[in-house]
Ligand binder design. Structure first.
Ligand code: NDP
Ligand code: OXD
Length: 318
């Protein structure tokens, strides 16, 4: 029986100790290190990473695969010395369900006039908005119909919303009006009252949530101008353009979970914009006890000779 392969854990930006503890708990027989013994350490077979230290993987001659402890992998690609081994992203019910909770929470909050009623409460104002539309009259457009987008779509559909989806390649999903590629983006924007962005950050999507897109969004829907919810990545958005679009009436409101610079600098005008809701990259936190077991299960399957799943397409960047 061959020795189980050694794992290098390289996590920056948040506490590696919790990931180390989870790996040790769920794989007590496997050796796990947080630094290779040398730059060309031949004993390391797998890397488990979040924003790995740049260059740390480049000299490892027997590295077989890199596992991201998040669904996104843009942080992995920031490493200029990334070795040519498969990159596997995290797909887990816990992560998916957390994201859908967040999306449903924010869609309902905008739909049911949460910001307006909170303002009224602060001023002790009793004033029902009699123009409240029904969910069946509101279209939620989801940019990014992957694992997370599809689950959010199902849950919003169950609440009665109309759903539109935009993806890179055409998809046929029951009860979802599908749009694909740049050629169909205008059609998607034309019907979306609330735009939820769950795209990955890639060279093709960087900066997509900016002035040219806001200019094409729906202006007169049942909720007023279109509302933006971005829980994908900060690099998808131009934050100055969001403020301008809110101020010139192209956007009715925005919920932002992700930012170009995190934590969002105290000087950002987004912080106290009256129509912006900010959450601190908290939409779907990676929980070690939920994400480590599927990573270890993949490693064990790989060691039995099975194919890796959820492997990133390096060309597409996600
Ligand atoms: P998937 O890879 O499953 O889905 C990505 C979707 O985006 C696919 O539908 C894909 O299209 C679409 N897409 C990619 N590129 C383009 C493009 N150029 N034009 C149009 N559509 C495109 O990813 P997940 O759903 O698992 O995760 C999505 C993202 O959510 C992650 O990359 C991450 O950035 C973010 N995230 C944020 C979290 C948070 O807490 N804020 C937590 C977890 C994830 P196609 O179907 O054709 O491939
Ligand atoms: C992820 C994230 O990509 O938490 O999973 O942002």
């Amino acid at each position: 029986m061959p020795q189980p392969g050694k794992i290098l854990l390289s996590v920056t930006g948040f506490d590696p100790a919790v990931w180390l503890a989870a790996l040790q708990k769920h794989a007590p027989d496997r050796e796990i290190v947080t630094e290779p013994a040398s730059a060309d350490d031949p004993t390391i077979r797998y890397a488990v990473v979040w924003k790995q230290r740049p260059g740390v993987l480049s000299g490892l001659p027997n590295l077989a695969a890199i596992f991201s402890v998040g669904a996104g992998v843009d942080h992995v690609f920031q490493d200029p010395d990334l070795p040519e081994v498969p990159i596997v992203r995290s797909v887990a019910d816990d992560l998916t369900e957390r994201m859908s909770e967040y999306v449903v929470w924010q869609v309902l909050d905008h739909h049911r006039k949460g910001p307006r009623y909170r303002r009224q409460q602060a001023e002790r104002v009793w004033n029902e908005d009699r123009m409240q539309p029904a969910a069946r009259d509101v279209t939620v457009g989801i940019m990014g119909m992957g694992i997370l987008g599809r689950d959010a779509a199902e849950k919003l559909k169950a609440l009665g919303f109309r759903i539109a989806g935009w993806s890179r390649r055409p998809q046929a999903i029951g009860g979802v009006e599908g749009f694909a590629g740049d050629a169909q983006l205008d059609g998607f924007l034309a019907i979306s009252d609330i735009v939820v962005c769950l795209l990955p950050l890639t060279p093709a999507t960087r900066g997509i949530l900016s002035k040219p897109l806001f200019a094409r969004m729906k202006r007169r829907g049942p909720l007023g101008p279109a509302i933006l919810i971005n829980a994908g990545r900060g690099g998808l958005q131009n934050e100055a353009d969001i403020v301008a679009a809110l101020d010139n009436g192209w956007l009715g409101a925005a919920t932002l979970d992700v930012f170009n610079q995190e934590p969002l600098p105290a000087t950002s005008p987004l912080w106290n914009h009256p129509r912006v809701m900010i959450t601190p990259h908290a939409a779907a936190t990676s929980m070690p006890d939920a994400l480590v077991p599927p990573i270890l299960a993949q490693i064990e399957a790989f060691e039995r000779g099975e194919e890796l799943r959820n492997v990133v397409d390096r060309q597409a960047g996600y």
